[in-house]
Design a binder for this molecule. Structure first.
Ligand SMILES: Nc1ncnc2c1ncn2[C@@H]1O[C@H](COP(=O)(O)OP(=O)(O)OP(=O)(O)O)[C@@H](O)[C@H]1O
Length: 506
Protein backbone atom coordinates (compact mmCIF):
# COMPACT_ATOMS: atom_id res chain seq x y z
CA UNK A 1 0.00 0.00 0.00
CA UNK A 2 1.47 3.37 -0.91
CA UNK A 3 0.37 6.37 1.03
CA UNK A 4 0.75 10.00 -0.01
CA UNK A 5 4.07 11.49 1.03
CA UNK A 6 3.62 14.12 3.72
CA UNK A 7 7.30 15.02 3.63
CA UNK A 8 9.94 14.69 0.92
CA UNK A 9 13.63 15.58 0.90
CA UNK A 10 15.32 15.83 -2.49
CA UNK A 11 19.11 16.00 -2.68
CA UNK A 12 19.58 17.81 0.63
CA UNK A 13 23.16 18.83 1.45
CA UNK A 14 24.75 20.64 4.39
CA UNK A 15 28.41 21.25 5.18
CA UNK A 16 30.18 22.36 8.33
CA UNK A 17 33.87 23.25 8.42
CA UNK A 18 35.64 19.99 7.59
CA UNK A 19 32.44 17.88 7.63
CA UNK A 20 29.83 17.03 5.00
CA UNK A 21 27.01 16.50 7.54
CA UNK A 22 24.35 15.74 4.87
CA UNK A 23 25.16 14.78 1.29
CA UNK A 24 22.48 14.36 -1.40
CA UNK A 25 19.88 13.09 1.08
CA UNK A 26 16.56 12.05 -0.47
CA UNK A 27 13.70 10.21 1.24
CA UNK A 28 10.03 10.59 1.95
CA UNK A 29 7.64 9.91 4.82
CA UNK A 30 4.10 8.83 4.03
CA UNK A 31 0.91 9.86 5.77
CA UNK A 32 0.23 7.63 8.79
CA UNK A 33 3.77 6.27 8.85
CA UNK A 34 6.23 6.03 11.72
CA UNK A 35 9.49 6.40 9.84
CA UNK A 36 12.83 5.77 11.54
CA UNK A 37 16.00 7.70 10.81
CA UNK A 38 18.90 5.39 11.59
CA UNK A 39 22.61 5.99 11.63
CA UNK A 40 25.76 5.93 13.67
CA UNK A 41 26.73 8.87 15.83
CA UNK A 42 27.57 11.76 13.56
CA UNK A 43 25.79 10.21 10.55
CA UNK A 44 23.82 13.43 10.13
CA UNK A 45 20.39 12.65 11.62
CA UNK A 46 20.13 15.70 13.87
CA UNK A 47 21.38 18.00 11.13
CA UNK A 48 18.69 16.68 8.82
CA UNK A 49 15.80 17.13 11.24
CA UNK A 50 17.09 20.56 12.27
CA UNK A 51 16.76 21.59 8.62
CA UNK A 52 13.18 20.31 8.51
CA UNK A 53 12.42 22.24 11.71
CA UNK A 54 14.01 25.49 10.48
CA UNK A 55 16.95 25.52 12.91
CA UNK A 56 19.55 25.03 10.15
CA UNK A 57 19.36 26.05 6.47
CA UNK A 58 20.36 23.46 3.85
CA UNK A 59 23.12 24.32 1.37
CA UNK A 60 21.61 22.24 -1.46
CA UNK A 61 18.46 20.41 -2.45
CA UNK A 62 14.86 21.06 -1.58
CA UNK A 63 12.16 19.84 0.80
CA UNK A 64 8.43 19.43 0.20
CA UNK A 65 5.67 19.31 2.78
CA UNK A 66 2.29 18.16 1.48
CA UNK A 67 3.65 18.76 -2.02
CA UNK A 68 4.51 22.40 -1.27
CA UNK A 69 8.10 23.72 -1.12
CA UNK A 70 9.27 23.68 2.52
CA UNK A 71 12.10 26.10 3.29
CA UNK A 72 11.49 27.38 6.83
CA UNK A 73 13.63 30.32 7.90
CA UNK A 74 13.09 29.51 11.58
CA UNK A 75 11.17 27.06 13.81
CA UNK A 76 8.18 29.37 13.92
CA UNK A 77 7.84 29.12 10.12
CA UNK A 78 8.27 25.34 10.33
CA UNK A 79 5.54 25.09 12.97
CA UNK A 80 3.23 27.29 10.90
CA UNK A 81 3.77 24.89 7.99
CA UNK A 82 2.77 21.90 10.15
CA UNK A 83 6.06 20.54 11.54
CA UNK A 84 6.37 19.82 15.27
CA UNK A 85 9.42 18.52 17.10
CA UNK A 86 10.07 16.94 20.50
CA UNK A 87 13.70 17.35 21.50
CA UNK A 88 15.96 15.06 23.53
CA UNK A 89 16.35 17.79 26.11
CA UNK A 90 13.25 19.33 27.54
CA UNK A 91 12.88 23.07 27.47
CA UNK A 92 10.40 23.56 30.30
CA UNK A 93 10.35 26.05 33.15
CA UNK A 94 10.28 24.15 36.45
CA UNK A 95 8.55 26.87 38.43
CA UNK A 96 5.59 27.15 36.04
CA UNK A 97 2.59 24.87 35.63
CA UNK A 98 1.99 22.55 32.72
CA UNK A 99 -0.53 24.94 31.17
CA UNK A 100 1.74 27.97 31.63
CA UNK A 101 4.61 26.13 29.95
CA UNK A 102 2.42 25.14 27.03
CA UNK A 103 1.07 28.69 26.64
CA UNK A 104 4.66 30.00 26.44
CA UNK A 105 5.33 27.86 23.39
CA UNK A 106 2.22 28.98 21.48
CA UNK A 107 2.00 31.85 19.03
CA UNK A 108 -1.47 32.96 20.18
CA UNK A 109 -2.35 31.13 23.38
CA UNK A 110 -6.10 30.99 24.12
CA UNK A 111 -7.46 32.21 27.49
CA UNK A 112 -6.19 30.10 30.39
CA UNK A 113 -9.40 28.20 31.06
CA UNK A 114 -9.88 27.31 27.39
CA UNK A 115 -6.26 26.17 27.14
CA UNK A 116 -6.61 23.95 30.23
CA UNK A 117 -9.70 22.43 28.63
CA UNK A 118 -7.89 21.77 25.35
CA UNK A 119 -4.97 20.20 27.22
CA UNK A 120 -7.38 17.93 29.10
CA UNK A 121 -9.09 16.92 25.88
CA UNK A 122 -5.88 16.12 23.98
CA UNK A 123 -4.45 14.29 26.98
CA UNK A 124 -7.66 12.26 27.26
CA UNK A 125 -7.95 11.56 23.51
CA UNK A 126 -4.38 10.32 23.32
CA UNK A 127 -4.31 8.53 26.65
CA UNK A 128 -1.56 10.78 28.05
CA UNK A 129 -2.57 11.56 31.63
CA UNK A 130 -1.49 15.07 32.61
CA UNK A 131 -2.93 17.67 34.94
CA UNK A 132 -2.59 21.19 33.44
CA UNK A 133 -2.39 22.78 36.89
CA UNK A 134 0.64 20.78 38.11
CA UNK A 135 3.97 22.48 38.50
CA UNK A 136 6.58 21.06 36.14
CA UNK A 137 9.09 20.66 38.99
CA UNK A 138 6.94 17.86 40.42
CA UNK A 139 6.82 15.84 37.17
CA UNK A 140 8.83 12.73 36.26
CA UNK A 141 10.86 12.69 33.02
CA UNK A 142 8.04 10.82 31.28
CA UNK A 143 5.48 13.38 32.38
CA UNK A 144 7.72 16.23 31.24
CA UNK A 145 7.94 14.66 27.85
CA UNK A 146 4.15 14.43 27.78
CA UNK A 147 4.01 18.21 28.24
CA UNK A 148 6.22 18.61 25.15
CA UNK A 149 4.15 16.12 23.18
CA UNK A 150 0.85 17.72 24.11
CA UNK A 151 2.30 21.09 23.16
CA UNK A 152 3.02 19.57 19.73
CA UNK A 153 -0.37 17.87 19.44
CA UNK A 154 -2.18 21.16 20.10
CA UNK A 155 -0.57 22.42 16.88
CA UNK A 156 -2.22 19.60 14.94
CA UNK A 157 1.03 18.75 13.13
CA UNK A 158 1.31 17.09 9.72
CA UNK A 159 4.83 15.91 10.53
CA UNK A 160 6.02 15.16 14.07
CA UNK A 161 9.75 14.72 14.65
CA UNK A 162 10.95 12.84 17.73
CA UNK A 163 14.68 12.86 18.58
CA UNK A 164 15.56 9.91 20.86
CA UNK A 165 12.36 10.24 22.87
CA UNK A 166 12.61 7.06 24.92
CA UNK A 167 16.11 7.49 26.36
CA UNK A 168 14.68 9.01 29.55
CA UNK A 169 11.56 6.88 29.83
CA UNK A 170 10.72 3.80 31.89
CA UNK A 171 9.57 0.80 29.84
CA UNK A 172 5.98 1.56 30.82
CA UNK A 173 6.28 5.19 29.77
CA UNK A 174 7.83 4.12 26.46
CA UNK A 175 4.86 1.80 25.78
CA UNK A 176 2.50 4.66 26.46
CA UNK A 177 4.44 6.89 24.07
CA UNK A 178 4.24 4.35 21.25
CA UNK A 179 0.52 3.86 21.74
CA UNK A 180 0.14 7.65 21.39
CA UNK A 181 2.31 7.80 18.30
CA UNK A 182 0.31 5.02 16.67
CA UNK A 183 -2.96 6.84 17.38
CA UNK A 184 -1.53 9.98 15.88
CA UNK A 185 -0.29 8.11 12.81
CA UNK A 186 -3.70 6.51 12.39
CA UNK A 187 -5.10 10.02 12.08
CA UNK A 188 -2.77 10.65 9.13
CA UNK A 189 0.19 12.40 10.80
CA UNK A 190 3.63 11.40 9.52
CA UNK A 191 6.19 10.70 12.24
CA UNK A 192 9.94 10.89 11.88
CA UNK A 193 11.60 8.95 14.64
CA UNK A 194 15.28 9.01 15.68
CA UNK A 195 16.52 6.37 18.07
CA UNK A 196 19.53 4.15 18.67
CA UNK A 197 17.35 1.45 20.21
CA UNK A 198 17.08 -0.97 17.34
CA UNK A 199 14.64 -3.37 18.99
CA UNK A 200 12.27 -0.50 19.60
CA UNK A 201 12.52 0.54 15.95
CA UNK A 202 11.85 -3.01 14.77
CA UNK A 203 8.73 -3.23 16.91
CA UNK A 204 7.20 0.17 16.26
CA UNK A 205 8.41 1.71 13.01
CA UNK A 206 6.91 1.09 9.56
CA UNK A 207 9.88 2.13 7.46
CA UNK A 208 13.45 3.34 7.89
CA UNK A 209 16.07 5.41 6.11
CA UNK A 210 19.66 4.63 7.00
CA UNK A 211 22.33 7.33 6.93
CA UNK A 212 26.07 6.79 6.94
CA UNK A 213 28.58 9.67 6.79
CA UNK A 214 25.78 12.05 5.77
CA UNK A 215 24.52 9.91 2.86
CA UNK A 216 21.46 7.68 2.51
CA UNK A 217 22.91 4.17 2.23
CA UNK A 218 19.76 2.07 2.56
CA UNK A 219 16.07 2.05 3.26
CA UNK A 220 14.02 -0.85 4.57
CA UNK A 221 11.09 -2.13 6.53
CA UNK A 222 12.77 -2.60 9.93
CA UNK A 223 10.40 -5.44 10.80
CA UNK A 224 12.06 -7.55 8.10
CA UNK A 225 15.50 -7.30 9.75
CA UNK A 226 17.15 -8.32 13.00
CA UNK A 227 18.71 -5.65 15.22
CA UNK A 228 22.10 -7.04 14.17
CA UNK A 229 21.29 -6.59 10.50
CA UNK A 230 20.12 -3.01 11.06
CA UNK A 231 23.30 -2.24 12.97
CA UNK A 232 25.37 -3.76 10.16
CA UNK A 233 23.58 -1.51 7.62
CA UNK A 234 24.41 1.51 9.76
CA UNK A 235 28.10 0.79 10.16
CA UNK A 236 28.60 -0.92 6.81
CA UNK A 237 30.06 -4.06 8.39
CA UNK A 238 29.56 -6.68 11.06
CA UNK A 239 29.03 -5.80 14.71
CA UNK A 240 31.56 -7.12 17.12
CA UNK A 241 30.50 -9.40 19.92
CA UNK A 242 31.13 -8.33 23.50
CA UNK A 243 33.86 -10.29 25.26
CA UNK A 244 33.18 -10.73 28.96
CA UNK A 245 35.89 -13.27 29.61
CA UNK A 246 38.98 -13.17 31.77
CA UNK A 247 37.77 -11.23 34.80
CA UNK A 248 38.17 -12.40 38.39
CA UNK A 249 36.90 -10.51 41.40
CA UNK A 250 39.89 -9.57 43.58
CA UNK A 251 40.34 -7.56 46.76
CA UNK A 252 37.93 -4.89 47.90
CA UNK A 253 38.85 -1.57 46.23
CA UNK A 254 36.06 0.71 47.33
CA UNK A 255 33.85 0.58 50.37
CA UNK A 256 30.91 2.90 51.00
CA UNK A 257 29.31 2.74 54.42
CA UNK A 258 26.60 4.79 56.10
CA UNK A 259 26.78 7.30 53.28
CA UNK A 260 23.96 9.78 53.89
CA UNK A 261 23.66 13.24 52.42
CA UNK A 262 20.86 15.81 52.38
CA UNK A 263 19.37 16.69 48.98
CA UNK A 264 21.78 19.22 47.42
CA UNK A 265 18.94 21.17 45.73
CA UNK A 266 15.20 21.58 46.17
CA UNK A 267 14.57 19.07 43.36
CA UNK A 268 17.42 16.77 44.38
CA UNK A 269 17.31 13.47 46.25
CA UNK A 270 18.84 12.78 49.67
CA UNK A 271 21.14 9.75 49.86
CA UNK A 272 20.13 7.44 52.67
CA UNK A 273 22.59 5.15 54.35
CA UNK A 274 24.25 3.86 51.20
CA UNK A 275 26.56 0.88 51.65
CA UNK A 276 28.43 -1.14 49.05
CA UNK A 277 31.70 -2.88 48.38
CA UNK A 278 33.38 -2.98 45.00
CA UNK A 279 36.08 -5.51 44.20
CA UNK A 280 38.99 -5.31 41.78
CA UNK A 281 37.94 -6.74 38.41
CA UNK A 282 34.26 -6.28 39.15
CA UNK A 283 31.48 -4.32 37.44
CA UNK A 284 28.66 -3.32 39.75
CA UNK A 285 25.46 -2.22 38.02
CA UNK A 286 23.09 0.27 39.65
CA UNK A 287 19.64 0.47 38.09
CA UNK A 288 16.72 2.76 38.77
CA UNK A 289 14.53 5.44 37.32
CA UNK A 290 16.34 8.79 36.89
CA UNK A 291 15.80 11.16 39.77
CA UNK A 292 16.20 8.54 42.50
CA UNK A 293 19.64 9.74 43.59
CA UNK A 294 21.78 8.74 40.61
CA UNK A 295 23.33 12.19 40.14
CA UNK A 296 23.81 12.63 43.88
CA UNK A 297 25.52 9.26 44.23
CA UNK A 298 27.86 10.07 41.38
CA UNK A 299 28.63 13.46 42.95
CA UNK A 300 29.27 11.79 46.34
CA UNK A 301 31.78 9.49 44.63
CA UNK A 302 33.45 12.13 42.45
CA UNK A 303 33.96 14.44 45.44
CA UNK A 304 31.65 17.19 44.20
CA UNK A 305 29.61 16.35 47.30
CA UNK A 306 31.65 15.55 50.40
CA UNK A 307 30.53 13.22 53.15
CA UNK A 308 31.45 12.20 56.70
CA UNK A 309 34.82 10.53 57.49
CA UNK A 310 34.84 6.81 56.80
CA UNK A 311 31.90 6.85 54.36
CA UNK A 312 34.03 6.60 51.17
CA UNK A 313 37.16 4.46 51.51
CA UNK A 314 39.34 3.64 48.48
CA UNK A 315 41.97 0.95 49.13
CA UNK A 316 42.14 1.90 52.80
CA UNK A 317 42.33 5.62 52.01
CA UNK A 318 39.52 7.63 53.66
CA UNK A 319 38.21 10.01 50.97
CA UNK A 320 34.87 11.05 52.51
CA UNK A 321 35.98 14.64 53.07
CA UNK A 322 38.24 14.85 50.01
CA UNK A 323 37.47 16.96 46.95
CA UNK A 324 37.54 15.84 43.29
CA UNK A 325 41.24 16.60 42.74
CA UNK A 326 42.40 14.43 45.66
CA UNK A 327 40.08 11.63 44.62
CA UNK A 328 41.33 11.70 41.04
CA UNK A 329 44.92 11.52 42.22
CA UNK A 330 43.98 8.52 44.35
CA UNK A 331 42.42 6.85 41.30
CA UNK A 332 38.68 7.37 41.87
CA UNK A 333 37.27 8.84 38.64
CA UNK A 334 33.73 9.62 37.59
CA UNK A 335 31.96 10.47 34.33
CA UNK A 336 28.63 12.24 34.86
CA UNK A 337 25.58 11.81 32.67
CA UNK A 338 25.28 15.38 31.39
CA UNK A 339 28.06 15.45 28.82
CA UNK A 340 27.53 19.00 27.56
CA UNK A 341 27.87 21.32 30.53
CA UNK A 342 28.89 18.99 33.33
CA UNK A 343 31.34 16.49 31.79
CA UNK A 344 32.58 18.88 29.11
CA UNK A 345 32.65 22.65 28.59
CA UNK A 346 30.85 23.27 25.26
CA UNK A 347 33.04 26.12 24.04
CA UNK A 348 36.34 24.52 25.04
CA UNK A 349 38.28 22.48 22.51
CA UNK A 350 38.67 18.77 23.13
CA UNK A 351 42.27 19.45 24.19
CA UNK A 352 41.08 21.96 26.78
CA UNK A 353 38.41 19.54 27.89
CA UNK A 354 41.02 16.92 28.79
CA UNK A 355 42.31 19.37 31.40
CA UNK A 356 39.01 19.29 33.27
CA UNK A 357 39.71 15.85 34.70
CA UNK A 358 42.96 14.43 33.39
CA UNK A 359 45.42 17.01 34.77
CA UNK A 360 46.50 15.13 37.90
CA UNK A 361 46.83 11.61 36.47
CA UNK A 362 48.26 12.40 33.04
CA UNK A 363 50.72 15.09 34.18
CA UNK A 364 49.05 17.75 32.01
CA UNK A 365 49.71 20.48 34.57
CA UNK A 366 53.27 20.90 35.85
CA UNK A 367 54.26 23.43 38.49
CA UNK A 368 50.96 25.20 37.90
CA UNK A 369 51.58 25.47 34.15
CA UNK A 370 49.48 23.71 31.53
CA UNK A 371 51.45 21.43 29.23
CA UNK A 372 49.47 22.11 26.03
CA UNK A 373 51.38 19.65 23.90
CA UNK A 374 50.76 16.83 26.39
CA UNK A 375 47.07 17.73 26.62
CA UNK A 376 46.78 17.73 22.82
CA UNK A 377 48.52 14.34 22.61
CA UNK A 378 46.20 12.91 25.23
CA UNK A 379 43.13 14.28 23.39
CA UNK A 380 44.45 12.71 20.18
CA UNK A 381 44.94 9.37 21.95
CA UNK A 382 41.35 9.42 23.21
CA UNK A 383 40.03 10.37 19.75
CA UNK A 384 41.96 7.48 18.16
CA UNK A 385 41.26 4.79 20.77
CA UNK A 386 37.57 5.62 21.14
CA UNK A 387 36.94 6.32 17.46
CA UNK A 388 35.64 9.84 18.14
CA UNK A 389 34.54 11.22 14.77
CA UNK A 390 35.82 14.80 14.68
CA UNK A 391 38.19 16.88 12.55
CA UNK A 392 40.69 16.99 15.48
CA UNK A 393 41.49 17.91 19.09
CA UNK A 394 41.12 21.64 18.35
CA UNK A 395 37.37 21.13 17.68
CA UNK A 396 35.00 22.64 20.27
CA UNK A 397 33.05 20.09 22.31
CA UNK A 398 29.73 21.60 21.18
CA UNK A 399 30.51 20.82 17.51
CA UNK A 400 30.60 17.07 18.16
CA UNK A 401 27.50 14.97 17.67
CA UNK A 402 26.04 13.80 21.00
CA UNK A 403 27.30 10.24 20.71
CA UNK A 404 30.80 11.26 19.71
CA UNK A 405 31.12 13.61 22.67
CA UNK A 406 29.95 10.78 24.91
CA UNK A 407 32.69 8.52 23.54
CA UNK A 408 35.22 11.27 24.21
CA UNK A 409 34.05 11.78 27.81
CA UNK A 410 34.17 8.06 28.64
CA UNK A 411 37.48 7.61 26.81
CA UNK A 412 39.06 10.51 28.71
CA UNK A 413 38.35 8.72 32.01
CA UNK A 414 39.11 5.13 30.93
CA UNK A 415 42.46 6.17 29.44
CA UNK A 416 43.58 7.61 32.78
CA UNK A 417 43.72 4.02 34.08
CA UNK A 418 41.55 4.62 37.16
CA UNK A 419 41.47 2.23 40.11
CA UNK A 420 37.72 2.78 40.30
CA UNK A 421 35.59 4.34 37.56
CA UNK A 422 32.01 5.43 38.13
CA UNK A 423 29.90 6.16 35.04
CA UNK A 424 26.33 7.41 34.77
CA UNK A 425 24.44 6.42 31.58
CA UNK A 426 27.64 5.55 29.68
CA UNK A 427 25.94 4.85 26.33
CA UNK A 428 23.16 7.42 26.42
CA UNK A 429 22.65 8.60 22.84
CA UNK A 430 25.47 6.38 21.59
CA UNK A 431 24.80 4.24 18.49
CA UNK A 432 24.76 0.45 18.70
CA UNK A 433 28.29 -0.05 17.36
CA UNK A 434 29.82 2.65 19.54
CA UNK A 435 27.79 1.46 22.56
CA UNK A 436 29.33 -1.99 22.15
CA UNK A 437 32.79 -0.39 21.98
CA UNK A 438 32.16 1.72 25.11
CA UNK A 439 30.87 -1.32 27.02
CA UNK A 440 33.84 -3.36 25.89
CA UNK A 441 36.18 -0.65 27.16
CA UNK A 442 34.54 -0.88 30.60
CA UNK A 443 34.89 -4.67 30.59
CA UNK A 444 38.54 -4.35 29.53
CA UNK A 445 39.14 -1.83 32.30
CA UNK A 446 37.73 -4.29 34.84
CA UNK A 447 39.81 -7.08 33.33
CA UNK A 448 42.91 -4.98 33.96
CA UNK A 449 42.03 -5.03 37.67
CA UNK A 450 40.02 -1.84 38.12
CA UNK A 451 36.56 -1.72 39.68
CA UNK A 452 33.70 -0.17 37.69
CA UNK A 453 30.33 1.14 38.84
CA UNK A 454 27.81 1.57 36.04
CA UNK A 455 24.72 3.63 36.86
CA UNK A 456 22.18 3.26 34.08
CA UNK A 457 18.49 3.27 33.23
CA UNK A 458 19.13 0.77 30.47
CA UNK A 459 18.43 -2.61 32.07
CA UNK A 460 19.75 -4.55 29.08
CA UNK A 461 23.02 -2.71 29.43
CA UNK A 462 23.25 -3.50 33.14
CA UNK A 463 22.49 -7.17 32.55
CA UNK A 464 25.08 -7.33 29.79
CA UNK A 465 27.83 -5.64 31.80
CA UNK A 466 27.45 -6.13 35.49
CA UNK A 467 28.51 -8.97 37.78
CA UNK A 468 26.27 -7.76 40.59
CA UNK A 469 23.17 -5.60 40.35
CA UNK A 470 21.50 -3.29 42.84
CA UNK A 471 18.67 -0.77 42.57
CA UNK A 472 18.61 2.87 43.65
CA UNK A 473 15.20 3.92 44.82
CA UNK A 474 14.47 7.28 46.50
CA UNK A 475 18.07 7.61 47.60
CA UNK A 476 18.32 4.07 49.04
CA UNK A 477 20.48 1.36 47.54
CA UNK A 478 19.21 -2.22 47.65
CA UNK A 479 21.45 -5.12 48.57
CA UNK A 480 23.36 -6.28 45.50
CA UNK A 481 22.48 -9.57 43.81
CA UNK A 482 24.52 -11.56 41.30
CA UNK A 483 23.31 -10.53 37.85
CA UNK A 484 23.60 -13.99 36.40
CA UNK A 485 20.22 -15.69 36.57
CA UNK A 486 18.38 -12.51 37.55
CA UNK A 487 15.20 -12.11 35.48
CA UNK A 488 13.73 -8.82 34.27
CA UNK A 489 10.75 -9.47 36.56
CA UNK A 490 13.00 -9.79 39.60
CA UNK A 491 14.80 -6.61 38.61
CA UNK A 492 11.42 -4.91 38.26
CA UNK A 493 10.65 -5.90 41.84
CA UNK A 494 13.99 -4.56 43.06
CA UNK A 495 13.20 -1.27 41.35
CA UNK A 496 9.66 -1.44 42.71
CA UNK A 497 8.10 1.61 44.20
CA UNK A 498 10.35 3.91 42.18
CA UNK A 499 8.33 6.99 41.35
CA UNK A 500 7.37 7.62 37.77
CA UNK A 501 6.73 3.92 37.06
CA UNK A 502 3.23 4.54 35.83
CA UNK A 503 1.30 1.82 34.13
CA UNK A 504 0.10 2.53 30.63
CA UNK A 505 -3.47 3.74 30.78
CA UNK A 506 -4.53 3.25 27.19
N1 LIG B 1 27.14 23.21 14.53
C1 LIG B 1 28.04 22.36 14.03
N2 LIG B 1 29.30 22.77 13.74
C2 LIG B 1 30.21 21.93 13.22
N3 LIG B 1 29.98 20.63 12.95
C3 LIG B 1 28.76 20.16 13.22
C4 LIG B 1 27.74 20.98 13.78
N4 LIG B 1 26.62 20.23 13.94
C5 LIG B 1 26.93 18.99 13.52
N5 LIG B 1 28.21 18.94 13.07
C6 LIG B 1 28.90 17.76 12.51
O1 LIG B 1 28.06 17.21 11.51
C7 LIG B 1 28.10 15.78 11.56
C8 LIG B 1 26.69 15.23 11.71
O2 LIG B 1 26.25 15.49 13.04
P1 LIG B 1 24.77 15.17 13.55
O3 LIG B 1 24.63 15.79 14.90
O4 LIG B 1 23.79 15.54 12.50
O5 LIG B 1 24.84 13.58 13.68
P2 LIG B 1 23.80 12.56 14.33
O6 LIG B 1 23.58 11.49 13.31
O7 LIG B 1 22.61 13.28 14.80
O8 LIG B 1 24.65 11.98 15.54
P3 LIG B 1 24.21 11.48 17.04
O9 LIG B 1 23.51 10.18 16.87
O10 LIG B 1 25.53 11.30 17.73
O11 LIG B 1 23.37 12.57 17.66
C9 LIG B 1 29.03 15.42 12.72
O12 LIG B 1 30.31 15.14 12.19
C10 LIG B 1 29.07 16.68 13.55
O13 LIG B 1 30.29 16.78 14.23
Amino acid sequence: MTKAAVFRAEGIGKSYPGVRANDDVSFSVGSGRIHALLGENGAGKSTLVKMIYGLVRPDDGRMLLNGQPHDPSDPRAARAAGVAMVFQHFSLFDALTVAENIALGMENPPPRRELAERIRKVSHDFGLPLNPARRVVTLSAGERQRVEIIRCLLQDPRLLIMDEPTSVLTPQEADLLFATLRKLADQGTAILYISHKLDEIRTHCDSATILRHGKVVDSCNPRDHSARELAAMMVGGEMRVIDRSGRNAGDVLLRLSNLSLPAPTAEGTALKNIALTLHAGEILGIGGVAGNGQEELLAALSGELRSAPGTVVLEGDDLGGAGPETRRKAGLLAAPEDRLGHAAVPDFSLTENTLLTAGPRKGLVRNGLIDNAAARRFAQDVIREFDVRTPGPHTAARALSGGNLQKFVIGREVMQAPRVLVVNQPTWGVDAGAAAAVRQSLLDLARSGAGVIVISQDLDELIELSDRFCALNEGRLSDPRPTEGLTLDEIGLMLGGAHGMEVAQI
